[in-house]
Design a protein around this ligand. Structure first.
Ligand code: BMA
Length: 773
């Protein structure tokens, strides 16, 4: 399963007819602070923060106010260095490259004290020719510049006009000018996340040595011809031919399960060469398509591709191929103004139900395959079929998309531009162009990705004038917007990938935005494209406040994480709703009050005389409120699929904000331990007005069933919003936050790490509504 196609990394392995050698430079490096006062070992892939934490120089960066206390780390200019021997005879190789799959972010690269290049974009792949510099014993150095200082410097150098926003709102306690650096935009802070602008080598690094020719990358797209009703594969392989003579030979592509095998002759001229092949799939065999979760299987086919070249040189690759088509349908709807906005997969219209994905940690080296699997499996178990990889984060790691392919999760993939205007000077654009080409090539073979999106909310930022740009200056910014997203990103994407749609922004009016010159006067128009909708003021039980839009790609409400989650990053003095800590962790202006305001519509506030209990009960109510609000809103969008009322409706997507959290703080996230109950109910009044509810005594008998634990619950009275909690034991319940009307009910707990019945019994807490009064 691990043998992935990602052949950007592909290397001709040593063998009988070896064309290359590879040396990994992962593992232990030295890290030095700017003035040399700190020097320590650090892992690659990794970052300075993780290294400092591992050595005990700093404590948990997520603890209390440490995000402020550790600000010095991102303001320093760190150096990564490594000494290494080349374990093969370098004189035997015509060409040697130093490859970085990802550097975070701004660094000078020196090999044996010779500058060999610079990096400046976390999302690019870097390859440096080191043939003339490399020795048997080497010292490699990456001299980083603080990303915060670099961004400030670039912004200052942009003298012709300002590119807002300069800084995030003060409540985010973040850093400024993140739009001037090609780095995870939320790493300078967000309205749900801390400011930890990392430095480091965050992806693989290695040396590649080769003779004759080298396969730089290999990628493919399955294409369906509607007329002939046949599948074919477009395969593109890129070579660096270092031989002074042309290299010729054969390529054999085989997909045994589809009884498809084809041989092509090729001749590679010296230099960088690309070979394009068109392979027809045997039409006498039925191709099983890839389907989103809930609509069918995710059938995969094994493909091998063998290059047999002059001089006995042979390069063999294997890959998994999935077949599916995707169309974005924007067409007139009878009885309605505007256009539809929905996706057809394999010709079938599908309602996209799911959520938005943000980076899973401020420190990417902590995001393991296991963590990704748990989060993505949770999304599938909650009956989601779509995640939007939001444009303020990162293009996710390979494993993320591999899991989405396997689980049937559709991915709406943004390019990494969010809630800001961006410069378009030459350096910036060159960097963006390389980033976009690289990411499209890297990711396009994944069937899970069904749409590319140019940015998050930047059409809205401009047209709703978030940054108070004087009208006479607007044209400058509109021009920049079109240059960046239309004339560059869109152009590159369409040239590299014809198998899925591209939309410029989210929200956008789609075809209507294009018609209006790529930006619509009101990108939030319910009759076109997608909308983002947030309303913290109106009563969320009143479905009339929600937009009957074509597609809602963001909506949501905040809640606080469970006390057991907060407890780990706080101390006793922090445990109240208005503590300094509670205000510090809240990055959304007035967010804590908005939650109380929303609770007030339907619930009484906690009545305990114990301040800690009141804090816990308030947290519980924020979660109950969030679950109810998101439920009501989601149900409204699902219902709106099949109706047009007053010309509005045919909603075909609901992606709430947001699936996961980056740290322990109030946010819009819904996962870390509950699933929304699949059973439905309707309250006849607000819970604050209900009479006759008794305090429910809920008990549980826990038993182990293989890897799963059954919680046999029994209640003494009807219990609304039964909330199960097992403290810091990671895992999830099959059901949580439910209305218990029957005397007994069994809920399953799926642990994410091995645990025991007695451990669970010790940590188990249950809360239901009347407990807080
Ligand atoms: C939208 C998102 C994010 C933000 C969220 C909640 O604006 O695109 O930028 O975190 O709302 O405010």
């Amino acid at each position: 399963m691990r043998l992935r196609l990602l052949l950007l990394l592909a290397l001709c392995r040593a063998g009988p007819a070896a064309s290359g050698r590879s040396l990994s430079l992962r593992g232990s490096w030295r890290i030095r602070s700017g003035n040399g006062s700190l020097e320590l070992p650090g892992r690659v892939p990794g970052c300075v923060h993780s290294a400092l934490l591992k050595r005990g120089v700093i404590q948990d960066p997520y603890y209390r106010f440490n995000d402020l206390g550790y600000r010095w780390i991102s303001l320093d200019n760190w150096t990564y260095s490594k000494k290494f021997k080349i374990p093969f005879n370098i004189s035997k190789w015509q060409k040697m490259n130093l490859i970085f799959e990802g550097v975070d972010t701004v660094a000078k690269v020196l090999l044996n004290s010779v500058p060999i290049g610079r990096t400046g974009n976390m999302f690019k792949r870097y390859s440096f020719d080191i043939t003339s510099v490399v020795r048997d014993v080497n010292s490699l150095e990456l001299r980083f510049q603080s990303p915060v200082l670099y961004a400030a410097q670039r912004s200052k150098a942009h003298t012709s006009y300002s590119v807002p926003p300069d800084c995030p709102p003060p409540v985010q306690r973040g850093q400024c000018h993140v739009n001037f650096i090609r780095k995870e935009q939320s790493s300078f802070s967000w309205d749900w996340g801390p400011s930890f602008p990392t430095q480091g080598i965050w992806k693989d690094v290695r040396i590649e040595a080769y003779n004759i020719c080298h396969l730089n990358y290999f990628m493919f797209s399955p294409v369906y011809d509607n007329h002939t009703q046949e599948w074919s594969l477009e395969i593109e392989s890129s070579f660096d031919v270092v031989s002074s003579q042309p290299v010729s030979g054969q390529v054999i592509v085989a997909i045994p399960k589809l009884q498809t095998q084809q041989t092509h002759s090729i001749e590679l001229q010296p230099g960088e060469r690309t070979v394009e092949l068109f392979v027809k799939i045997n039409k006498n065999v039925t191709v099983e398509t890839w389907w989103p979760h809930g609509h069918g299987n995710q059938t995969e086919y094994n493909m091998t591709i063998l290059f047999k070249l002059d001089g006995g040189l042979s390069i063999k690759k294997s890959a998994k191929v999935y077949f599916r088509t995707v169309e974005l349908i924007e067409e007139p709807i009878e009885g309605s103004q505007g256009l539809s906005f929905y996706f057809k997969i394999n010709g079938l219209p599908i309602f996209l139900k799911g959520s938005n994905w943000i980076p899973a940690d401020s420190f990417q080296d902590r995001v393991t395959s296991d963590l990704l699997r748990l989060l993505l499996q949770s999304a599938v178990d909650a009956n989601m079929n779509t995640l939007r990889v939001w444009g303020g984060g990162i293009y996710e790691q390979e494993e993320f998309y591999r899991l989405c392919d396997e689980l049937g999760i559709m991915v709406w993939q943004d390019f990494m531009f969010a809630c800001a205007l961006y410069p378009t000077d030459r350096d910036f654009m060159n960097s963006v162009r390389a980033e976009v080409a690289h990411q499209v090539r890297r990711l396009k073979y994944h069937p899970s990705i069904i749409v590319w999106g140019g940015n998050n909310e930047n059409e809205a930022a401009l047209m709703m004038n978030w940054y108070n740009i004087p009208p006479r200056e607007l044209h400058t910014y509109i021009k920049d917007y079109v240059v960046l997203y239309v004339k560059n990103i869109r152009k590159i994407v369409l040239a590299e990938d014809k198998t899925r749609p591209f939309i410029i922004s989210s929200p956008t009016n789609g075809a209507e935005s294009i018609k209006e010159g790529w930006l619509s006067l009101n990108p939030y128009d319910n009759n076109f494209g997608d909308v983002h909708f947030y309303d913290y003021i109106s009563d969320c039980w009143n479905w009339k406040v929600f937009p009957k839009a074509r597609f809602v790609s963001e909506y949501g409400y905040q809640s606080w994480p469970s006390f057991s989650t907060l407890e780990k990053v706080s101390s006793q003095e922090d445990w109240s709703y208005n503590s300094k800590f509670s205000l510090h962790r809240q990055h959304h202006a007035n967010g804590n009050n908005e939650m109380l305001h929303q609770i007030g519509f339907h619930f009484k506030f906690p009545e305990s005389t114990d301040p800690l209990q009141t804090f816990k009960d308030t947290i519980y109510l924020t979660q109950v409120m969030q679950a109810q609000c998101v439920k009501t809103e989601t149900e409204f969008y699902r219902r709106s699929r099949s109706e047009i009322v007053d010309g509005q409706g045919y909603t075909m997507g609901a992606l709430y904000w947001q699936l996961n959290d980056i740290w322990q703080a109030p946010s819009w996230a819904s996962l870390g331990n509950q699933l929304v109950s699949p059973a439905n109910y309707h309250f006849l009044s607000s819970l604050s007005e209900s009479v006759g509810l008794h305090k429910a005594h809920v008990t549980a008998i826990i038993s182990q069933q293989g890897d799963t634990f059954a919680f046999d619950l029994e209640t003494s009275a009807v219990a609304p919003f039964v909330w199960l909690d097992v403290g810091s034991i990671p895992g999830r319940f099959s059901d949580n936050g439910f209305l218990m009307t029957e005397k007994t009910r069994t809920v399953l707990f799926y642990p994410w790490k091995p645990t025991s019945k007695s451990e669970l019994e010790q940590c188990f807490r249950v809360t239901s509504l009347m407990d807080v009064y």
